[in-house]
Ligand binder design. Structure first.
Ligand code: HEC
Ligand code: HEC
Ligand code: HEC
Ligand code: HEC
Ligand code: HEC
Length: 452
C-alpha cells in the first residue's frame, strides 16, 4: 500500500517536470544548421522500478513481512515498554540497537571517581531509545543504495559480552557469523557486586563455594556481594551464552565444561529460519522470518547436518537428552531449598511463565522472595513470596512491612547463589539442552554436586 503511494508520487513528480519544460516560451525558428557529429552512446541507466522489484515482489519482501508477523520481535511488547530507557533499548528497540552498533558502544563498566562505584557503559542515547524491532534493525542498510547489498546484516562482528563488562567475547563463526547478530541481543545481562557495582566475579564465586554471598543476619556486612530479591536474575537472553559455552558459574566437578557440536557446526538461522535463512522454509508457524524453532524439527536435516530424520519421538537426538536435562533442572531446584521450602519461584501460569512445562514444578527462574508491589514494567511481582525481602521499600504499607518481617530470612552461600544463576541460565535457554547439551549438563551436574 505504502509502496503504491510512493510510486504514484514518483510518477506524478515526473509528469509535472515534463509539462513544465514543454511550456517554456520560444521565439520563431531560425535556419537549420549542418548536422553535428554523432555523440557517444550514454550508459544505460538503471530502471528504478527494476531495482525495486528485486525486493518488492510477492515472493520476497511481501512474503517475508507476512512471516515476520509471527515473530515475537514484531508482536512482543517490550519495545514499547522499554522505550526511552537507554540501558534496556540496545536490545529492545531498533534505533538503539543501530546506535550501539554504529557507534561501537563498548560493553565495559567504568568507575565513577567521586562515588567509587562502577556503572555499565552499554547504553544508547536518549534520542535513539525507541523503535520496534523491524526489518532495518537487522538489515540496517535498507534503501541506502537500492541494490542487493542493502540486505546485508547490521553486524556479524564478534560480541563483547555485557555480563563480563566486555572481558570475554563470543564469536560464532558458522554461516559468516550471522549468529553474532542474534547473540548481540540474546545474551545474559550482568550480575553486579553489591559493594562496588562492578560485574560479579564468577571465578571467585565458583572457587569459594562455602563462603556467604549474602548473610541475612548481617545485612550491612561488607562481604555481602548480593542481596536476594524476587528478580535477582541474569535476564532472558541466556541462549547466546549457553550456545557459546560461556556465562555459567563453572564450579569444579566431575563433569568437564565442553561444547556439543552445534556450537561450531551450526548457526542460529540453521534451526530457527531454515537451510537458506530463507523465505521458503516456514513449517506451521515456525521457520523463515518467524525465527521460531519450536514445533519444527525439519531443520535438523535440512542444513545437511543430521542424516536421518529427527522427530519429536526420536530418542537419541531429542527425547532422551531433553528428559535428562529436565530431570537435572528438577533435581537442582529441589536442592535449592531451605528447611524444605524452595528458593526458586513456581509459576503455574502457562501464559506468563515463558518456561512453563520445562520443569515439573514450573519454575520461572525468579526467587521465592516477598515483593508485594506491582511494578508497572512487569505483569506481577510476588506478594505470595515466602522468604523475607532484605530491602523492603519505603512505599510499602505498614501491613506489608509487618508481613515481610514475619517471614524467614534467606542467606545464600556462593554455592547457592551460583547454582541459582546456573539454573536460570539452563532453564531460560528454552531447549532443554538442544542448544548445547554438554555445557548445560556440566553446569547442572556440577551445581547439584556442590550443594551436597
Ligand atoms: C534490498 C531490498 C530492497 C530494495 C532494492 C528496495 N526496497 Fe523498499 N523496502 C525493503 C524492505 C525490507 C522494506 C520494509 C518492508 C516492511 O517493513 O515490511 C521496504 C519498504 C519500502 C517502502 C515502505 C515504507 C517503509 O520505509 O517502510 C517503500 C515506499 C519502499 N520500500 C519503496 C521502495 C522503492 C521505490 C524502491 C526502488 C527504488 C525500493 N523500495 C527498493 C526492501 C527493499
Ligand atoms: C535487536 C536485538 C535482537 C536481535 C538482533 C535479535 N533478537 Fe531475537 N529477540 C529480541 C527481543 C528483545 C525479543 C523479545 C521481544 C519481546 O518480547 O518483546 C526476541 C525474541 C526472539 C524469539 C522469540 C522468543 C520467545 O520467547 O518466543 C526468538 C526465537 C528470537 N528472538 C530469535 C532470534 C534470532 C534467531 C536472531 C538472529 C537471527 C535474533 N533473535 C536477533 C532481540 C533481538
Ligand atoms: C543485552 C540485551 C538486553 C538488555 C540490555 C535488556 N534486555 Fe530485556 N530481553 C532481552 C532479550 C533477548 C529478551 C527475549 C529473550 C527470549 O525470550 O528468548 C528480553 C526479554 C525481556 C522481557 C520479557 C518480554 C516477554 O516476552 O515477556 C522483559 C520484560 C524485558 N526483557 C525487560 C527489560 C528491561 C526492563 C531492561 C532494562 C532494565 C532490559 N530488558 C534490558 C535482551 C535484553
Ligand atoms: C532479527 C533479525 C532480522 C530481522 C528483524 C529481519 N531479518 Fe531478514 N534476514 C535476517 C537473517 C539472519 C537473514 C539470513 C541472512 C543469511 O542467510 O546470511 C535474513 C535474510 C533476508 C533476506 C534475504 C533472504 C531471502 O530469503 O530472500 C531478505 C530479502 C530479508 N531478510 C528481508 C527482511 C524483511 C523484509 C524483514 C522485515 C519484515 C526482515 N528481513 C527482518 C535477519 C533479520
Ligand atoms: C541445533 C538447532 C538450534 C540452533 C543452532 C539454535 N537453536 Fe534455538 N532452539 C532450538 C530448539 C530445538 C528450541 C526449542 C524448541 C522447542 O521447545 O520445541 C530452541 C528454542 C529457542 C528459543 C525459544 C523460542 C523458540 O523458538 O522455541 C530462542 C529464543 C532461541 N532458541 C534462540 C536461539 C539463538 C539466539 C541461537 C543462536 C545463538 C539458537 N537459538 C540456535 C534449536 C536451535
Amino acid at each position: 500500500m505504502k509502496l503504491n503511494n510512493f510510486s504514484k508520487l514518483l510518477l506524478s513528480a515526473f509528469v509535472v517536470m515534463s509539462l513544465a519544460s514543454s511550456c517554456v516560451k520560444e521565439g520563431p525558428m531560425g535556419l537549420t544548421g549542418p548536422a553535428g557529429a554523432n555523440g557517444k552512446d550514454g550508459k544505460d541507466g538503471t530502471d528504478a522500478n527494476q531495482t525495486c522489484k528485486m525486493c518488492h515482489t510477492p515472493s520476497s519482501v511481501d512474503l517475508i513481512s507476512t512471516q515476520y508477523q509471527f515473530s515475537k520481535h514484531e508482536y512482543g511488547e517490550a519495545a514499547f515498554e522499554e522505550a526511552g530507557n537507554t540501558g534496556c533499548t540496545p536490545c529492545h528497540a531498533q534505533e538503539a540497537f543501530k546506535y550501539v552498533v554504529a557507534n561501537k558502544v563498548p560493553a565495559t563498566f567504568t568507575k565513577n571517581a567521586t562515588t567509587g562505584r562502577w556503572s555499565n557503559d552499554y547504553n544508547t542515547v536518549a534520542t535513539a531509545a525507541y523503535g520496534e524491532i523491524g526489518c532495518s534493525t537487522c538489515h540496517s542498510s535498507l534503501h541506502a543504495t537500492y541494490g542487493s547489498a542493502d540486505i546485508a546484516l547490521t553486524t556479524v562482528a564478534p560480541v563483547s559480552m555485557t555480563m563480563w563488562g566486555g572481558a570475554k567475547t563470543i564469536d560464532l563463526k558458522a554461516d559468516g557469523g550471522s549468529s553474532n547478530l542474534c547473540v548481540k541481543c540474546h545474551q545474559p545481562r550482568p550480575q553486579t557486586n553489591l559493594q562496588t557495582g562492578n560485574v560479579q566475579d564468577y571465578v571467585g564465586i565458583a572457587s569459594n563455594p562455602t563462603v556467604l554471598a549474602y548473610d541475612a543476619d548481617n545485612d550491612k556486612a561488607t562481604t555481602n556481594i548480593v542481596r536476594p530479591s524476587y528478580r535477582m536474575h541474569v535476564h532472558y537472553g541466556t541462549v547466546g551464552a549457553i550456545y557459546a559455552g560461556m556465562g555459567g558459574v563453572e564450579f569444579a566437578g566431575t563433569e568437564q565444561y565442553k561444547n556439543s557440536a552445534h556450537t561450531t557446526a551450526a548457526s542460529c538461522i540453521d534451526c530457527h529460519m531454515g537451510a537458506k535463512g530463507g523465505k521458503s522454509d516456514v513449517v506451521g508457524r515456525a521457520g523463515g522470518h518467524t525465527f521460531v524453532a519450536k514445533g519444527n524439527l525439519t531443520t535438523c536435516n535440512a542444513a545437511g547436518c543430521h542424516s536421518s530424520a529427527i522427530t519429536s519421538s526420536s530418542t537419541t537426538f531429542w527425547s532422551t537428552p531433553r528428559a535428562e536435562i529436565k530431570q537435572l533442572l528438577n533435581d537442582l531446584a529441589a536442592k535449592l531449598a531451605v528447611n524444605g521450602v524452595n528458593i526458586l519461584n513456581r509459576n503455574p501460569d502457562s501464559e506468563h511463565n515463558l518456561w512453563y512445562g520445562l520443569t515439573t514444578n514450573n519454575y520461572d527462574g525468579y526467587l521465592n522472595v516477598y515483593d508485594p508491589v506491582n511494578n508497572p514494567n512487569y505483569a506481577t511481582n510476588n506478594p505470595a513470596g515466602t522468604f523475607q525481602n532484605p530491602a523492603p521499600s519505603s512505599s510499602w504499607t505498614a501491613d506489608q512491612k509487618a508481613a515481610n518481617a514475619a517471614l524467614p530470612k534467606l542467606s545464600l552461600t556462593n554455592a547457592q547463589y551460583g547454582a541459582l544463576l546456573n539454573f536460570q541460565m539452563c532453564l531460560r535457554e528454552y531447549s532443554l539442552g538442544i542448544h548445547n547439551y554438554s555445557y548445560t549438563k556440566a553446569l547442572l551436574k556440577n551445581s547439584i554436586a556442590i550443594l551436597k
